[in-house]
Structure formats: structure tokens, C-alpha cells
Write a protein that binds this ligand. Sequence first.
Ligand code: DLZ
Length: 517
Amino acid sequence: MTILRVLLGDQCSEALSALEGIEPARDVVLLAEVRAECTYVPHHKQKIALVLSAMRHFAAALSARGIRVAYSRLDDPANTQSLAGEVARIARLHGATAIIGTHPGEWRVLEDMRGWSAATGLPVEIREDSRFLCPLEKFRAWAGEKKQLRLEYFYREMRRATGLLMEAPDEPTGGAWNYDHDNRAALPKDVRPPKPKRFPPDAITREVIALVEREFPTHFGTTKQFAWPVTPADATLALDDFIAHRLAHYGDYQDAMAEGEPTLFHALIGAALNCGLLDPMAACRAAERAYRAGRAPLNAVEGFIRQILGWREYVRGIYWLKMPHYAGTNALAAHRKLPDFYWSANTSMACLRAAITQTRDLAYAHHIQRLMVTGNFALLAGLDPVAVNEWYLVVYADAYEWVELPNTHGMALHADGGIMASKPYAASGAYINRMSNHCRGCAHDVKQATGPKACPFNFLYWDFMARHAERFAKNPRMAMPLRTLAKMEPSKVAAMRAEATRFLDNIDGHAAAARPI
Ligand code: DLZ
């Protein structure tokens, strides 16, 4: 009797439920590099390299523990190049009598796994993914019949359940649950964020990068600056480096953006967390220890823990609660095609150029760049959610659908009609100017809303408000901008809306004179 234990590329974790009860003399672990997972969307080259390298390192670590590993390499001629194909082939090869896997991160893959039993004639057990801190059933029970699923209340439940940053059962450390209002400073001119620790490619990663360049030459992004941790040990070093050198200021400058500063005080651990190299609870506990030892202030530590314990678990809960219907909603009837500059970065708007250039080079941009620059533009311009969701899934090293879709579809685009956010995160150029120094060197003038030099975020913002005024008329959180709109001279509104139409009609040509990257 041989049990085939199937691990996916984002399941490179020693504590994975599919490995529980493994008997090395009896069982076989399958890790399969397959073309289908590299191309169902054309992932950024660094993302593929990260996942395949993590898989190869993890397979070696399992083998070193005496576990039998069946490893399908992408360039093996026998490889069927699909997960289902490799499961069937390897199950046959080893005479498996049963299959065990862990719940995947995407609806698409869960559907695939549900077909494995019929395809192989073997019983298939799909276990809960216990690496997450809130089991899906628990989230479902919390959501119950609630009309609005607000993060804040979920987060408080999670704080109570885990005891993180708690002094007593209903007493949050510092007396407040949330220090978000202390997390909104722009980066002062004289503050230089320390560079994050880099993990230059070792021999395995170099081999994988060469494979990716050979097999997926047309995929977005470059691999030149690949510096991701690809083992649990290096992922822990990345976390330690963040806690020692950046956590203390993470809270203050969490929402800041600055030209030439792609990472600021951010942790850059999302990619490692999401492919299983880092344990979320260990990351939270390490940050809490730093606070208790006086090495980081509460606004930083609470903000960091809220992202992992609160937000990350909450978006996963929403994804599995609402899929598959969720991905098909389009509440704001947005149908415009994704502009070319999302791939080329060839745009005259400095904030967008910075965010997309670093996305190409690093497979990374931080949450405010994603939400308030590329996301905000997509919202205001009415870009098609399917295309925008795919873009985010492709371009970020940390992106898997369970986390990417609610963040993009719900939070940034409001395409879910308000399940995730009680108002759309729409902002004009003034927000970007307040939170960054991009506007200073921009070809557009952030103070202007019409005319050849006007900042597109300004006229697109008011065009968006006017377009959706009726829909948001009863939303108290939209009352202020809608009142301002109502008080504006109708001729001014008409001029901004005409500017928006002109700009959107020529969106792929707007940057003809822009500096190419
Ligand atoms: C993202 C990814 C890539 C690029 N390649 C593989 C692969 O070759 N084999 C594999 O098992 N998983 C890969 N993955 C991760 C899967 O796409 C991921 O498990 C699903 O999207 C579910 O989260």
C-alpha cells in the first residue's frame, strides 16, 4: 500500500497537512513542475523561477529526511505538463493505492483535484490547509448571514482567538485594536529606508532561471534582479532582517511612496508566506516579541500583525466563501481594455511609471502602489475587472488567486459591489501627491484638472464620481465627494468629463512623448 502525497508549488511547507502521518518506507511525495501551472496565466518570469526553485529546494530537503520524492522536472520528456496528468502518471508508476493532498489556493485547482479520483480510480483525500490561522469553516460560521463582512470585526475575533497583542481576553495591548490612523505619514526627505536583505540565486535557482528564460521568453518581467528567498531558512532570515531594520518604521510609512524607493520599510515576505516558506503565526509572534522587547512601536507591530492575522486570513475567507460567482461580477459595468502601458510602463504619469517599472524588475510593488496607483487608475478609468485581475495575478511574485482576486476585484475595483469595501477606493491626484514625491517630476500638473498638462487622476476622478453619482447617492461614505461634485460649476464638470473622454479614447497613445523605460 503506497500513499501518493501530492504537494503543489505553493505548498513547500514541512508542516503541510498532506505530509501528516507520512511513512517514509511506504509513501511517495509528488512535486510536479508543469507547463499548465506556468501558463494558465503568463506569470512573471521571477514568479515562475521562485516557485520552481522553492519546489526543487523543498524536494531536496524532504529527500534528505529519507522521504521518497517523485519530482517531475519541466524539461523531462515524460512529463505530461498538467497536475492531473502527473498525478495519474506517478500514481501508476509507484502503484499508489490512495492519494492525499492539501486544499489548494485556487478554485480552478480544487475543481481539478476533485477530478483526480475519477481519473486514477483511487480514493483522494483533500485535507484542510492548516497553515492558515482561520479554518474555512470557522470563517463561514463568522460570516453567517451578515450583510457586511467587515475586516475590523473579523480581526478582533482573530486577536481574541490567538492572544496576539492581547493583555486579557477583551483587552487589546495599548487599549485600542487598530492603529491605522498612525500609519499614514509620507516619507520625509531626509529619511533613507534601509535596503532589504537580498538572496542572490544559488546554483539551483540559476538553473531554474535559465529554464524559465528558455521556456517562457515572452512572459512579462526580467529575472536580472532576482533576490527572493527560496528556502524556509532564507525566508526566516528575510523576516529577521525586516524585524531588525525596518519594522520600527513600517507603521509610520506603510502608505508612503517615493521615487527610487521601491521597498521603503516593507517586509517583502508575502511571496515566501504565500508559497509556504514562512509560517504566518511565526511572523506575527516575531513581531510581537520585538514590541515586547521595546524594539518596535505598537503602531508598527499592530499594523504588521493586522496584515497577516487580519487581512490575509480575511481575503482568503472571502475568496472561498464567494467563489466561483465572485470572479464574474462587474458591479460598476467596467469594460475598457487594459492599456498597453500596464505592460510597457510607457506612460507620462510618473506614479504609474514607477509602480509598473519596479513590478517588471522586481515582481513587487507595495500595497499602496497596488491599491492607490495601478488599482485606483483601473477603477477610475473603468478597466475590465477580468483583465485587471489577470494582470495582478501575472505580475506579482506573491500572487495566487485566493489573495489576489479579493484584493483586486473587491478592494481596488469595487467590482463585487461592496462586499469587501463599503466605498470604492477612488482618489484624485491630491492623494498621490500627499503620499509621494512622484508628482514633482511628473509631466502632468497635479494641481490642474483640465487642459493639456492636467493630471489624469484628477479629471478621471471627477468623471468617475459623475458616472456613478446615482449608484453611490445613498452611501454615507461617498457623501462628501458627491456634495463637492454637486456644488461644482456644471461647465467645469463638463470640461473634466470631456477631458476624461479624450484621454480614455486615446489611452494607448497618451504617452507618445513619454520617456520610455
Ligand atoms: C504558480 C505555480 C507555478 C508557476 N508552477 C507550478 C508548478 O509547476 N507546479 C505546481 O504544483 N504549482 C505551480 N504553481 C503553483 C500553483 O499554480 C498553485 O498551487 C495554484 O495556483 C493553487 O494556489
